[in-house]
Design a protein around this ligand. Structure first.
Ligand code: AHG
Ligand code: MN
Ligand code: MN
Length: 340
């Protein structure tokens, strides 16, 4: 492909689809619809700071629309973009306790969409990058609408994992198991353009570690020794890493994907199973990380091997350059127990 080629995400998806003669185009439709939802969310994110001004007259803005919380808005945009296309049999969202059915009046399709409509909520009002995370599975059950079992598949069965990061620019990054590709939104034409084909974690990786150190006292001894070592304080004296922590998984992972390093959200005494959700935070990022040459672990083993038992189950999460995730598992194996 010529370096200067201008390739839209829709064109890229169609070209990828052509490599699979058995493809029906349904998966491409899902990704295209998600791209549209991302543009609509980006438009609201871009003016989030204005909402107070626009919405100063109470609950309505100057267009007479209800001023909504951005994560409620993102949830509704994605649901309304995806519920009628006939591509999905059901959905799972961080914002809904149960499986979200496709309305009876619309046809059901062969795929399941699992998503976190807005990730990094604590950063919405302070103009820091936030995101949307999504996973797409193939329906397992025969006939009818999707079931809970269709949604509780291990990450190894994932068809597509992806995220949108609403930052200084808006990017959509996804993998369908054939590498990782990044698209940057050109707002002047409203198109996501291929800007980062075949993303690979850099070798050697830049030495960044990313973790919320406020929870240090709640961690296992192994986790504390690991972070002490990354800071050059451990008894295995290594050159100190640099610390970066944004507090939005999408933004922290996106930096790790492009620069290398390790992102960690360990389990601790307050969250003994970790804070981040397996289905719509850890798994899609794990697919992308592995496809980019990295590793994704819960501290003991691969995230993608975990068989989910609950739609909203949590997991410890270690994402990034292979050698750093391996190192984390080694420290945790030596002293895994949480403080009493
Ligand atoms: P969400 O806004 O979807 O609830 O996700 C927030 C998550 C994740 O984005 C981030 O890595 C983590 O919360 C930050 O947690 P702490 O504030 O505890 O560090
Ligand atoms: Mn989230
Ligand atoms: Mn969220």
């Amino acid at each position: 492909m010529a370096e200067s080629a201008v390739i839209t995400i829709d064109r890229h998806i169609m070209e990828e689809e052509r490599k699979h003669p058995e493809a029906t185009g349904r998966l491409s439709n899902i990704l295209t619809d998600l791209g549209l939802a991302a543009k609509l969310i980006q438009r609201e994110v871009a003016k989030a700071g204005l909402v107070d001004i626009l919405g100063r007259a109470g609950r309505e803005n100057v267009q007479g629309e209800d001023v909504q919380k951005l994560d409620v808005f993102a949830q509704e945009v994605i649901y309304n973009a995806m519920d009628h296309g006939g591509n999905l049999c059901c959905m799972v969202s961080e914002e809904h306790e149960d499986v979200i059915p496709i309305p009876e009046e619309f046809p059901a399709g062969d795929y399941v969409l699992v998503f976190d409509p807005l990730d990094g909520s604590s950063n919405i009002d302070v103009n820091v990058s936030i995101g949307t995370i999504f996973s797409i599975y193939r329906k397992l059950s025969s006939g009818g609408r999707g079931t809970r079992e269709d949604c509780l598949q291990p990450g190894r069965a994932l068809v597509v994992g992806g995220y949108v990061v609403y930052g200084s620019s808006t990017m959509l990054v996804y993998s369908s198991g054939a590498g990782v590709h990044g698209f940057t939104l050109d707002p002047s034409i409203g198109e996501f353009l291929l800007s980062h084909p075949n993303i690979r974690l850099p070798e050697p990786p830049q030495r960044y570690y990313s973790v919320n150190e406020a929870y240090y006292q709640r961690w296992s001894l192994g986790q504390r020794r690991l972070v002490d070592t990354l800071k050059g304080m451990g008894d295995k004296g290594t050159k100190p890493f640099r610390s970066r922590y944004i507090g939005s998984l999408v933004a922290d992972f996106h930096r790790t994907l492009l620069k290398g390093g390790i992102f960690m959200y360990p389990r601790d005494t307050a969250s003994p199973r970790g804070k981040l959700r397996l289905l719509y935070e850890a798994v899609p990022m794990a697919l992308i990380c592995e496809q980019a040459g990295g590793r994704a672990s819960d501290g003991e083993g691969d995230i993608l091997d975990i068989v989910p038992t609950d739609l909203h189950q949590r997991t410890p999460l270690y994402l990034g350059s292979r050698e750093f995730v391996d190192m984390a598992e080694e420290f945790l194996r030596e002293a895994p127990d949480l403080p009493g």
